[in-house]
Design a protein around this ligand. Structure first.
Ligand SMILES: [Zn+2]
Length: 215
């Protein structure tokens, strides 16, 4: 009855894309300050920790996160581990003998090992790979790095491939403890009107019964 949490902890230590807004919480009321409750406000990029980009993030005609369908973020998912090679887009050939069996595919690269420490040379996806997956019925792709495009990319070819294929995306996952294989994924974005992304609490479990477990 295991549930695997694949969202890293979010805090003011969480690394964000250089220039993006880090997470910060400010406590407006607190018990220690003599108030009758604790109340905070947060400022943050929505691209914090494990998050879902919406298509409005990478295309002028894209939709905000509140207008995205939920179904892709919920269902059978396949974790594929690829050989870690710095600053490289994953190619179709890197799938080797992995057959695509699920409609959601998460790539374990281990190339962004510490969510609190930014590194420039994380792995990303090739646009050809996204089209290859779309041709096999995949509706969501995920990765354990901050982006499906390399850090220096300005044309964001893989984000454009996501737009063309209407594929949903999860970035910033923590797959360090996850064995390659088939799981049930839950990673719902918040319905924040018109936003370009939302953090998600992403979990994997081995069977759907794990989600409906006895309590
Ligand atoms: Zn993002």
């Amino acid at each position: 009855m295991a549930i695997f949490d694949i969202s890293p902890l979010v805090s003011d230590q969480t690394a964000v894309f250089p220039g993006d807004t880090p997470f910060q919480a400010e406590f407006l009321m607190s018990f220690s300050g003599g108030n009758h409750l604790e109340l905070s406000r947060i400022t943050s990029t929505p691209h914090i920790g494990a998050h879902a980009d919406s298509s409005s993030h990478y295309h002028a005609k894209g939709k905000g996160i509140s207008d995205r369908p939920l179904r892709p973020y919920l269902g059978r998912a396949q974790v594929i581990e690829v050989e870690a090679q710095k600053d490289r887009r994953i190619q179709v050939a890197d799938l080797k003998e992995s057959v695509i069996t699920e409609k959601r595919v998460l790539f374990k690269t281990l190339s962004f090992p510490d969510p609190n420490k930014w590194n420039d040379d994380f792995m990303s996806l090739s646009p050809e790979l996204i089209h290859y997956l779309a041709d096999r019925g995949v509706v969501l792709v995920g990765i354990d790095t901050p982006s499906v495009d390399p850090m220096t990319s300005k044309s964001l070819e893989s984000h454009q491939a996501l737009y063309q294929t209407e594929m949903c995306v999860l970035e910033g996952l923590d797959l360090q403890k996850i064995q390659p294989g088939s799981y049930y994924l839950v990673a719902l974005p918040l319905a924040i009107q018109g936003l370009d992304a939302s953090p998600v609490r992403a979990i994997l479990c081995e069977t759907i019964e794990d989600l409906t477990g006895v309590d």
